[in-house]
Design a protein. Structure first.
Length: 546
């Protein structure tokens, strides 16, 4: 067996381990919200009208919630069962990336792009902290692949599947799921001189297919919000993020440029190399020997999200497969044309990132979150370094020598993070600790409330449905059973000023939300300063009688 094939198998095993470890990491932020909505679907039996803490929900269409709800019904409610089906669905994005790369260029480009995708920082992170964009990326890539195949073969099945893919993408995150495939197709047809095809009535049939797929989302929005729900789906939630009228105030037009530098680790240097040649190629090459799907799909979308005032790193995720196909293309070209100087330069640059990742891993494991069994960890790290060196020096002089060592080290890096460092960091999340205290100690009939804490983990983790208090006036203590309230410093003061005589315990829970992690938190010397105090307060009606 060729050593590069052994390397691919080894990387595949470590990649699977890394993703499996990520399934067990606690939920935070949006993932906590999505899990709570999925839980409501299972408990209510209502798969159409989405709700969070018993309030109508309109922010995202239902596909991700359906996947997790099915998993909850099959396996029970756990971190891993919330994530398993979305992650498996997201993994199809690697296969679709391979197929799209093969359709646009050749099999080698597809293989390289898929390897780079599933070993990239963005794919690892949003499989551990599940977002709708993981599923959106798979659906968008599938839709574009089928459009490319349809333009090549004119097979009706490809046409139908393409618009089913668009519909599923819209059922994941709204009209953006249609916009990216549309940008890719329209630009390709315009640049290659097929303008008349744009006005074919067949596209109306395609739009109808996508619309049929989206019917459950439309029904749920209309049931709960009327026509305003449909308006929100098509306009408010998208145009409002671009203009800032709905959400967002970020005016950094280069936000996604520097964001991609870390999202696409360990492929950052290859990204810079590829896009230098890609842009240069636009001005020097004819349109006859290349494709323009990636031009439209990447650059039009990238321009829109860059000028939009609502920004978040995961918004760029759906075009990452196309970006990596472009990277894989130019890397393949360099090796196919035997550009020795360029190849050696890339090899020298690319080895920098694995070395930095290993150094960073040592810092994390021995300083940021020190491990207990250091001898065992040192032994593993030595083995990792030896295997990485073997992959670099013993793989024949080919594109795999450039790609596989970085993919291997990145996979090991994420495996260590997901197995140890990230769970350590998430242990500082007060909301999950509060939920577990309540689950272990609350008696039957006692309720959990959430007051002034603006994330959603307690609605998933508490054994009974937590009650949301939008204002303190909504709270009325149960006369027969204790009430448990998770809250902030301000909430604690409010409770003590109103019900001091009923307070039977106060658990102080230093808290750090995991939606953003600061250097102060990562530094053990300043970590305590970065935490805010949250509280789990028990009001016991029997205490007054004592």
């Amino acid at each position: 067996m060729k050593i590069q094939n052994i390397g691919i198998i080894l990387i595949g095993i470590i990649v699977l381990l890394a993703y499996c470890f990520g399934l067990f990491v606690d939920l935070t932020g949006d993932a906590g919200k999505y899990a709570a909505i999925s839980r409501h679907i299972v408990e209510s039996g209502d798969w159409i009208n989405l709700k969070i803490h018993n309030e109508p929900y309109d922010q995202k269409p239902p596909l991700i919630f359906w996947l997790s709800a099915v998993s909850f019904k099959l396996f029970g409610m756990h971190n891993w069962s919330f994530k398993i089906l979305p992650v498996l669905y997201g993994f199809t994005g690697g296969w679709f990336t391979f197929q799209l790369g093969k359709s646009l260029y050749n099999r080698n480009v597809g293989v390289l792009a898929a390897i780079m995708l599933v070993t990239s920082w963005v794919y690892f992170m949003f499989s551990m902290d599940v977002h709708t964009d993981l599923i959106l990326t798979a659906n968008v890539t599938f839709a574009i692949w089928q459009l490319v195949e349809y333009e090549k073969t004119r097979r009706r099945l490809n046409f139908i599947l393409a618009f089913v893919g668009v519909g599923l993408a819209m059922l994941t995150k709204g009209p953006v799921g249609a916009a990216i495939p549309a940008f890719a197709l329209v630009v390709h047809l315009l640049v290659t001189g097929k303008i008349r095809e744009l006005f074919s009535p067949k596209w109306l049939i395609g739009i109808s297919i996508s619309g049929i797929v989206c019917i459950p989302a439309f029904v749920g929005l209309y049931n709960q919000f009327g026509l305003k729900g449909i308006q929100f789906f098509f306009f408010t939630n998208n145009i409002g993020r671009i203009t800032g009228s709905y959400v967002g105030s970020n005016t950094d037009y280069f936000f996604y440029v520097h964001t991609l530098f870390y999202l696409l680790l360990p492929w950052t240097f290859l990204l810079l190399f590829a896009f230098y040649h890609e842009i240069k190629d636009y001005f020097t090459a004819s349109t006859q020997h290349r494709e323009y799907y990636t031009v439209g799909g990447i650059w039009l979308f990238f321009l829109i999200i860059s000028i939009a005032k609502g920004k978040a790193p995961h918004y760029v995720f759906p075009v990452v497969p196309m970006i990596l196909i472009v990277v894989a293309r130019w890397v393949s070209v360099s090796f196919a044309e035997n550009k020795i100087k360029t190849i050696k330069r890339l090899l020298n640059l690319q080895i920098i990132i694995p070395i930095l990742l290993l150094f960073l891993l040592v810092v994390i494991l021995f300083y940021v979150f020190p491990v207990q069994n250091s001898i065992f960890i040192v032994g593993l790290l030595v083995l990792v370094i030896l295997l990485g060196i073997s992959l670099y020096f013993y793989i024949p002089f080919s594109v795999y020598r450039l790609i596989l060592p970085s993919a291997f080290i990145m996979s090991v890096f994420i495996a260590f993070l997901n197995a140890y460092a990230i769970p350590e960091a998430f242990s500082y999340q007060g909301s999950t600790r509060a939920s577990r205290i309540y689950n272990n100690e609350a008696l039957e009939g006692e309720k959990m409330y959430n007051y002034l804490y603006h994330q959603f983990e307690v609605y998933f983790y508490s054994k009974d449905n937590a009650v949301y208090l939008s204002s303190w006036d909504e709270f009325s203590p149960d006369k027969n059973a204790a009430s448990w309230i998770y809250t902030t410093e301000l909430g604690k003061d409010t409770i003590l000023s109103n019900y001091d005589g009923l307070v039977s315990r106060i658990d102080t829970l230093p808290h750090r939300g995991m939606t953003s992690i600061s250097p102060h938190f990562l530094n053990p010397k300043t970590r305590e300063e970065s935490l805010t105090e949250t509280y789990l307060i028990k009001l016991d009606p029997g205490k007054k009688e004592d």
